[in-house]
Write a protein that binds this ligand. Structure first.
Ligand code: NAI
Length: 387
């Protein structure tokens, strides 16, 4: 089959197997160039197939020589439609890991479920014995809990309407978007899905099953961002979930600290991923931020972020570098005073006429297409491929 990108709104409904493989390969190459480091040796990554989770898995495997077990929720091809990018990424990752003599197994299923937790525990017992790092990088639209109730997360404000500039991705026109406030039930549902309850459940289950090493680091990822996006992010429904995630880190430390578990939140940079491109108003901020950070030579993608996290914040002589609230700050460059000042200056001026000049529209789309395995120079998109 010859596969072309089919973009619908903020998503592409096709993925290219060879392009996804190239994406993984480039991330591995980058990681190897940063050099080896002493780090975890047996790592569980929950949400391991795309975005920050995939980059974390690659960094652990190819930077620390770690065996990795990944959990993801991806669709295989049915012969007519392509698989999801995360499915191809995972297949490619496993191939590259095996070539380098690294253990790499992946479990495709709902990480929120008891069944997948049990499957992971069994696999650790059989194959690895124990694990010394757990990365929790889920971005999910919904969660079904043990009693069968399904909660859907929403991306809304919490108190009142929020109106700001918004970018119509299909015609590059800048208009306005208004994000309405969520109901109390919607806020609670978003916290259920994207908060830390399931992360804590995972850590309790792993601890009770006796599959955690004597010293374990566990991390979940969060975002804060600039004041501009506070109403929809930090103070919005997703922000409430992220507050709960931080609370969960404290609870995990209180409950399992004595057993050698250290839980951290890493606050990462804003990047185009499948999860983040769905948030209204945010894509335009990305395009402006990319422009400013690239000009200052401060721009990073997921793999650069995760390598810097491991090399400079996590594994510095056994001490983890955090802020006063115990969070690892990978958003330090994004929130740098000059970066934000220049980003906001552009934000104030931006309109449909000047967007192509003063924002990094091309860079946004490059990241977008790369996520689905398209627009890589050395992939032959005219060639027939097995899906
Ligand atoms: P992503 O959409 O690229 O990755 C999500 C991962 O979760 C995928 O591996 C997917 O298969 C997996 N997943 C989703 N539902 C699942 C389920 N029910 N069971 C098993 N696996 C499931 O998302 P991204 O952006 O990498 O986000 C990961 C974390 O990083 C999230 O907590 C997000 O809030 C956070 N973050 C993202 C930022 C961004 O700008 N993209 C910035 C800072 C933090």
């Amino acid at each position: 089959m010859i596969i072309e990108p089919k973009v619908k709104g903020f998503i592409c409904i096709t993925a290219h197997p060879e392009g996804c493989k190239e994406n993984v390969k480039q991330q591995i190459q980058y990681t190897k160039q940063q050099g080896e480091m002493q780090g975890p040796k047996k790592v569980l990554v929950i949400g391991a197939s795309t975005g920050y989770g995939l980059a974390s898995r690659i960094t652990a495997a190819f930077g620390c020589d770690a065996d990795t077990l990944g959990v993801m929720f991806e669709k295989e091809s049915n012969g007519k439609r392509t698989a999801t990018p995360g499915w191809y990424n995972t297949k490619a990752f496993e191939e590259f890991a095996k070539e380098d003599g690294l253990y790499a197994k992946s479990i495709n299923g709902d990480a929120f479920s008891q069944e997948i937790k049990e499957k992971v525990i069994e696999t650790i017992k059989t194959d690895l014995g124990s694990i010394d790092m757990v990365i929790y990088s889920l971005a999910a639209p919904r969660r079904t809990v043990a009693d069968g109730t399904t909660y859907n997360s929403v991306l809304k404000t919490v108190e009142k309407d929020f109106t700001n500039k918004s970018w119509n991705l299909s015609n590059n026109l800048i208009g306005e978007a208004t994000i309405p406030p969520a109901t109390r039930e919607e806020v609670e549902a978003t916290v259920k899905v994207m908060g830390g309850e399931d992360w804590a459940d995972w850590m309790d289950a792993l601890s009770e099953a006796g599959v955690l090493s004597e010293q374990v680091i566990t991390m979940a990822y969060s975002y804060i961002g600039p004041e501009l996006t506070y109403p929809v992010y930090r103070d919005g429904t997703i922000g409430m979930a992220k507050k709960h995630l931080l609370q969960s880190a404290n609870e995990i430390n209180a409950r399992l600290g004595e057993k050698g578990v250290q839980a951290y939140i890493s606050v990462n940079k804003a990047l185009v991923t499948q999860a983040s491109s769905a948030i209204p108003i945010v894509p335009l901020y990305f395009a402006v931020l990319y422009k400013v950070m690239k000009e200052k030579d401060l721009h990073e993608g997921c793999i650069e972020q995760m390598n810097r996290l491991f090399h400079e914040k996590l594994l510095v002589s056994g001490k983890v570098e955090t802020d006063s609230e115990g969070r690892i700050r990978m958003d330090d460059w994004e929130l740098q005073e000059d970066v934000q000042r220049e980003t906001m200056d552009i934000w104030d001026q931006i309109n449909s006429e000047n967007i192509l000049k003063i924002a990094d529209v091309e860079g946004y789309w490059e990241d977008f297409y790369h996520m689905f395995g398209f627009h890589f120079d050395n992939v032959d998109y005219n060639a027939e491929v097995e899906i």
